[in-house]
Design a protein around this ligand. Structure first.
Ligand code: URP
Ligand code: ZN
Ligand code: ZN
Length: 484
């Protein structure tokens, strides 16, 4: 049985900062106080260090098929990168019916619509190195699917992601989204929204290509911020009519924050997530020769959008920081060394002549805590307690994992990060540990970094040493969460 005594650290929670010791027994925090004595426990000295709950990332895409390739981190490599960045829980999106062609109508009839897809994702995630949960992409809707949605709750999946973009692939019409909101409400589930205007995007993309515009910046120019703003408010309005909660993922535009505030002020149960990339980068990055590195959907906007998102985090309008981690190689024809082996996975080069063929997504799961500490907390934009609330506690509460995850409380899983607030790191692809050939924050100077990371009491990261293992992570069945 693991027995640890973490001594003399400064604990940071979502609401408090205080000096205390933590006693861990058999995967759980059993006692917090000062001073604690446990001569039979292994001591961990946290003097001059901060002690945080393990990060909870509510938004990842590991091993996701896209545009003829696949996101380059799988459920082991991505988990390892997450752990090095202080994150011990991730929530990944299950693709509905992938690959659908393999299933006959009678198999769908017998199994239901979701079980097959969840089983496939479970299989992919069997190599998990940290704890994980799933969201379901609701990308088709009919009566049979509507009936089958409650089966997800039994499987521990209490969230449905819907899209107002990606016409012909992932998008649901407004009526189906409204029905999904009602079903979610009846079953204690939460609808998550990808907010963009698919019809407008389709027309703008067609016009851009016809005019010979093929470079990465046209990805952003064909996906206007107004689409995100109006789609977010439109679905918030539907959520209000359905009296259902709603969570808007990857918020990227100032107007989205304004509309979130507008809806929340009027009692709509709508919450928001933004991602580090939308706080630091703009459409100008897409104009660089290596602009494809910054391609994700929704796209980067302007400095005014960055500033409004920061303000939304600081004033509590936005509840969480996720990463939308969905990495691709910048040049997937050139191998990198990963755990001693050469690996290359087709990536952004697939769209060298056409921005619509560049796989959408970026690395980020390991970056979130280190980048946000230096450029959020140390820069005075958010407090240490807000840092913990946004990155750990609020995602756990909203997604039905609290107080097991995202908190330092007796009874919580001993997912603990010993954080060295003085450690200086020149950040980039080498430090980040993602399985890809670039990092958005290459060369950024960081002060403050994870020193030790514990997953349920087991040390999985010790400085630069990886002590985790494939299969060491557990699937987390979630219960209905809170509306914050
Ligand atoms: O570009 C992105 N974000 N790729 C992942 C899919 C999504 O919509 O979140
Ligand atoms: Zn999305
Ligand atoms: Zn996503």
């Amino acid at each position: 049985m693991t027995k640890l005594l973490i001594k003399n650290g400064t604990l940071i929670t979502a609401s408090e900062t205080y000096q205390a010791d933590i006693l861990v027994e058999d995967e759980k925090i059993v006692q917090i106080g000062q001073p604690l004595h446990a001569p039979d426990a292994e001591p961990v000295d946290a003097s001059n260090k901060l002690v945080l709950p393990g990060g909870v990332d509510p938004h990842t895409h590991f091993d996701l098929p896209m545009f003829g390739t696949v996101s380059s981190d799988d459920h082991y490599t991505g988990h390892k990168a997450a752990a090095f960045g202080g994150t011990t829980t991730v929530m990944d999106f299950v693709v509905l019916d992938s690959p659908r062609a393999e299933r006959s109508a009678s198999a769908i009839e017998a199994q239901g619509d979701f079980k097959y897809s969840v089983d496939l994702w479970m299989e992919k995630a069997s190599k998990a190195a940290i704890d994980y949960a799933f969201h379901m992409n609701l990308t088709r809707f009919n009566e049979a699917i509507a009936k089958d949605i409650p089966s997800l709750v039994e499987m521990g999946i209490t969230t449905l992601k819907v899209f107002t973009a990606y016409n012909g692939r992932l998008r649901l019409d407004d009526g189906s989204i409204f029905k999904a909101l009602r079903i979610a409400k009846e079953n204690g589930m939460l609808v998550m929204l990808h907010a963009e205007n698919g019809d407008v995007i389709e027309i703008l993309v067609e016009e851009a290509l016809k005019a010979g515009h093929t470079s990465p910046e046209w990805h952003a120019r064909t996906r206007p911020a107004w689409g995100a703003v109006e789609a977010g408010l439109r679905v918030a309005g539907m959520a209000s009519v359905a009296d259902a909660p709603l969570y808007i993922v990857h918020m990227n535009a100032a107007g989205e924050v304004d509309m979130l505030d507008y809806a929340r002020q009027r009692g709509v149960k709508v919450m928001g997530e933004t991602c580090p990339q939308y706080l630091f980068f703009t459409m100008d990055h897409l104009r660089r020769p290596d602009g494809a590195k910054w391609i994700c959907s929704p796209p980067m906007r302007t400095e005014a959008d960055n500033a409004r998102l920061w303000q939304g985090l600081a004033d509590g309008t936005i509840q969480t920081l996720g990463t939308d981690h969905c990495p691709f190689f910048f040049d997937g024809t050139k191998p990198i060394l990963y755990e001693g082996q050469e690996i290359a996975i087709p990536g952004k080069e697939l769209g060298a002549d056409d921005f619509t063929k560049i796989p959408n997504g970026l690395p980020g799961v390991g970056d979130r805590l280190p980048i946000l500490w230096t450029y959020g907390v140390r820069a005075g934009r958010i407090t240490p307690n807000q840092f913990v609330a946004l990155n750990c506690t609020n995602p756990a509460r909203i997604f039905g994992l609290y107080p097991r995850k995202g908190s330092l409380l007796p009874g919580s899983d001993a997912d603990i990060v010993i954080w060295d607030p003085e450690k200086r790191v020149k950040y980039g692809a080498a430090a980040a540990q993602h399985r890809t050939d670039y990092n958005l924050y290459e060369g950024w100077e960081l002060v403050g970094y994870p020193e030790k990371v514990f997953l349920r009491g087991k040390l999985i990261v010790d400085g630069e040493q990886w002590l985790g293992r494939r299969g060491g992570g557990q699937f987390l069945k979630r219960i209905p969460g809170e509306v914050l």
